[in-house]
Write a protein of this length. Structure first.
Length: 58
């Protein structure tokens, strides 16, 4: 089980490196806007997941 966790961690870090390499190629304002959009999407997703889990538990 620990080995699988380590493999997942390595893959995640590899993907993070690829994404950061792609961000370097675009202008900073575009990267900031895209980062803000992704952050908002993650926030909405987290709120919806929390509200959905609270509804299921009641």
């Amino acid at each position: 089980m620990e080995r699988l966790t380590m493999i997942v961690l390595v893959v995640a870090l590899l993907l993070l490196g690829i994404m950061l390499g792609a961000v370097v190629q675009i202008p900073l304002p575009v990267a900031l806007v895209l980062g803000a959009l992704i952050g908002c999407w993650l926030l909405v997703f987290a709120v919806r997941e929390r509200m959905g889990s609270q509804r299921r538990s009641h």
